[in-house]
Design a protein around this ligand. Sequence first.
Ligand code: N01
Length: 506
Amino acid sequence: MEVTSDQLDTNSVDLTKTQFIKKNTKIAIIGAGFGGLATAIQLLKRGIKDFVILEKATDVGGTWRENQYPGAACDVQSHMYSLSFAPKSDWTKRYAEAPEIFQYIQDLIQEYDLKKFIQFDTEVISTRFDEQAHTWEISIKNQSALHSQFLIFASGPLHIPQIPNIKGIEKFKGEVFHSSSWNHAYDLNGKRVASIGTGGSAIQYIPEIAPKTKQLYVFQRTAAWVIPRDERAYNALDKKLFAQYDWFRKLHRARLYWSNESRVVPIVKPQMMRLGQKLAEAFIRFQVKDKEIAKKLTPDYTMGCKRILVSNRYFPTFNRKNVELVTDSIQEITENAIVTKDGQVREIDCLIYGTGFITDPRIYLKDFKCYGENGIELKEAWKEGAESYYGISTKGFPNLFQLLGPNTVLGHNSVIFMIESQVNYILQLIEAVEKSKTKAIVVKDVVQEEFNRKIQEKFAGTVWQSGCVSWYQQEGGKNFSLWPSYTWKYWLETKNANLADYRFLN
Ligand code: N01
């Protein structure tokens, strides 16, 4: 049964599943991960209830719902990787594991009573700006369309798994899965397993699964810089102090924030990265007994060019007799084996892709189409690379806002900090439309163009442009994903939206 928002009585229904379908709303938010939920909470704090979160899955949590592979954890400290206005004093350790972060998100849902604003099983297939009505028409799979005045993309940049196109893969008869859709029902005990990729996800699950497997082959295309994790469990006294003295918790958070920010210095001044790189090389030699293997695990690009990973347990995995690091490239897959270019055949029962996510800016939104002013399609507007204003507003797309949009992902600090700055900024824009009694707001072309020129200038000479190929860049080397500076600068620049940068539409 379809009901409109006016007919909805949220107290009388079981809200574990979508029980309502809205047709009109002021604000539509796509995605019930950290970004969507942070936006919803701030709207409620301002007394705005006419909004809906559209979620394609049957639960909240985004990244932390999908990435539940063994050992999944956050490599940003939990006291930083959480919402500033929803502190948690009893984090069990400095770097929380995925289930604890997922629970934190569930707790937010309870605390702010958010479930009644979420439409689950709702996959947006296209969005179109109506230039007469100044509203967005949101087409949804197997449902009627939703109309909203404002539209917020909180769908996250990393959620479409990248599956390599390997010759013969269709013949393989064993178990196959990607790290983000881990098959927990499949027992790895005693199995011969191949894992492809050595990025942030793989280095977390490899140490976990190695002791279970009969044989683990780790296929490495590019070695990753992995540095020690300053792991620490919070004891009962820490938690008590955090709970009792909020200034103490804030002080701890501030210390973590500034220690993360200090990492920007060697990023923008690569010569300062040299010492860090020497220490990281020594870390590999210290942890890996076999010199040849240690050499293969040592990257040949400047540290920091790709995301620096943190683990105390990844390198020692290669001291195990049942683990082999394979650096020859894969030739093909047969029904029960992987064949490398040197002709070696390794029989396997299971293949795990730790190969990351699709990040090409032109397919940022996969099959999803978004039409703005004059019918221009977002992918078309971004065909030379994704560009926006502070990752939030895009020229030609009125009343459309994005969280963690182009050039606002981080390699050195918590993206939750960026999300909070963005939500604050978006709410100011919405408020400005309301106050001015106009219908829509859109960033001026010249403002976005000038902003992007300056952003790209900032990348020159940084460690990110030092010659490696990373998902931060599109073809040709343009960095479309990272914020190239300190996050406090981002906060300062977005704290008060400059409305002169925008056009109001009536
Ligand atoms: O993916 P990735 P991820 N043949 O893109 C390799 C972050 N994260 O799922 O470098 C062979 O990092 C690829 O090799 P190469 C994480 O930091 C955060 O691990 O392209 N290999 C690489 O080794 C990242 O930003 C946390 O040569 C292929 C790997 O697969 C993002 O999430 C935790 C290949 C992909 O690494 C995604 O991480 C975990 C092919 N065809 C992850 N294609 C936190 O704690 C790709 N590879 C916050």
